[in-house]
Ligand binder design. Structure first.
Ligand SMILES: [Zn+2]
Ligand SMILES: [Zn+2]
Length: 362
């Protein structure tokens, strides 16, 4: 398994762990609307999206007259008295948090026929709410509101005001829905994407660079090989040559015996091969197929290239005068051994590489 695949799997695993976790963190707000007649007999309507539906509550509307427990405002114990029952007009129990579980409070009100339960928070908690868990009381609308909001309604009811309440479904909230989370996620997504793109661009550029360098090297070596091949000695075999007289003398590249009239190339190690066989071989490998002798090293071509790159100056030449004062050959000073009229003649025999050879010598 590649490293990239492993990273992708790890990322998927993280996301799959986040999804159920975040689903549990999603909650629904409730719109709580009250309406009552004040002392001047005017109808007052108040409305806020300040409730939070309990985890096990159905997401439904509920409406009715707000009713408080008669004794303990926390509505605990086996049967708290609400002074209402299922035959009364629809009513909503307003109970204070504490003393017993949410399920116990909700179930007690449900048993007495409440259409819904509104739990308000403890004293001193301001308008904060919690996401109630009430797994044992799941089929009745149960909403929590803050202490201040709850106490305001309690006061009205205690004063003998009939408060009509409507609970409605608000909106969903959670890690994926809050604007803060959306903002955070967009930035995280942008950063991860940018990092991934940068990484891939870097890797691709690196690969492209290596490939180009490799190709450049290959080209350079091929040019050097061409130049070296241009300097190798060529011979045209004759009938009475040792190579043609004995069938055991074979070209190691094509495994065929030499025949009179064939042109052979003599490598620096004195091994001979058909010219047409050895030249493509040397272009690719640059070594003798039999003894692995490196022709570039033997002819000093690679050093020449280095010198050429470092100084970029033409090689020194000397003029050798033979027979009657005519300048016949120009030979590089660095290679006095090549001053051999015969081998020089052979250089010109190898016409395929003559141009490169001449160019290399400036
Ligand atoms: Zn051959
Ligand atoms: Zn050899």
């Amino acid at each position: 398994m590649g490293e990239k695949t492993q990273h992708c799997l790890l990322l998927l695993l993280c996301f799959s762990a986040l999804v159920p976790c975040s689903a549990a963190m999603v909650f629904w707000t409730a719109v709580v609307e009250i309406s009552y007649a004040n002392s001047n007999n005017q109808t007052v309507d108040k409305y806020c999206e300040c409730g939070v539906f309990g985890r096990n509550s159905p997401l439904e509307k509920a409406s009715g007259i707000v009713t408080l427990p008669k004794g303990d405002p926390k509505g605990c114990g086996p049967d708290p008295v609400f002074n209402r029952n299922s035959s009364s007009p629809p009513w909503i129990a307003l109970i204070k948090r504490g003393n017993c579980t949410f399920s116990e409070k909700i179930n007690a009100a449900k048993r007495q026929g409440a259409a819904g339960v509104l739990v308000y928070n403890l004293d001193g908690s301001g308008n904060s709410t919690t996401h109630m868990a009430h797994s044992d009381a799941s089929d009745i609308v149960a909403v929590m509101i803050g202490n201040h909001q709850g106490m305001e309604i309690v006061k009205l009811v205690k004063n003998g005001t009939e408060v009509q309440m409507l609970i409605d479904v608000g909106s969903a909230h959670g890690p994926w829905m809050d604007s803060y989370w959306l903002y955070f996620l967009s930035i995280a997504f942008f950063v991860v994407t940018a990092a991934a793109i940068t990484y891939f661009v870097f890797i691709s550029a690196n690969r492209l660079y290596s490939l180009n360098r490799h190709k450049r090297n290959e080209r350079k070596l091929k040019n050097e090989a061409k130049r070296a091949i241009g300097r190798l000695q060529l011979r045209t075999l004759k009938k009475d040559d040792e190579e043609t007289s004995n069938d055991s003398n074979m070209c190691a590249v094509c495994i065929e015996s030499y025949k009179a009239g064939e042109v052979v190339t003599v490598l620096t190690c004195d091994h001979i091969f058909h010219k047409t066989c050895i030249e493509p071989w040397l272009l690719e490998r640059r070594t003798c197929p039999m003894c692995k002798c490196d022709i570039l090293k033997a002819l000093g071509v690679d050093d020449e290239t280095k010198d050429h790159i470092s100084t970029d100056s033409p090689p020194d030449v000397t003029v050798v005068t033979v027979a009657g004062g005519e300048p016949l050959y120009e030979v590089p000073l660095t290679d006095p051994g090549s001053f051999d009229p015969e081998s020089h003649q052979h250089l010109y025999d190898n016409r395929a590489f003559e141009g490169d050879s001449e160019a290399a010598r400036g």
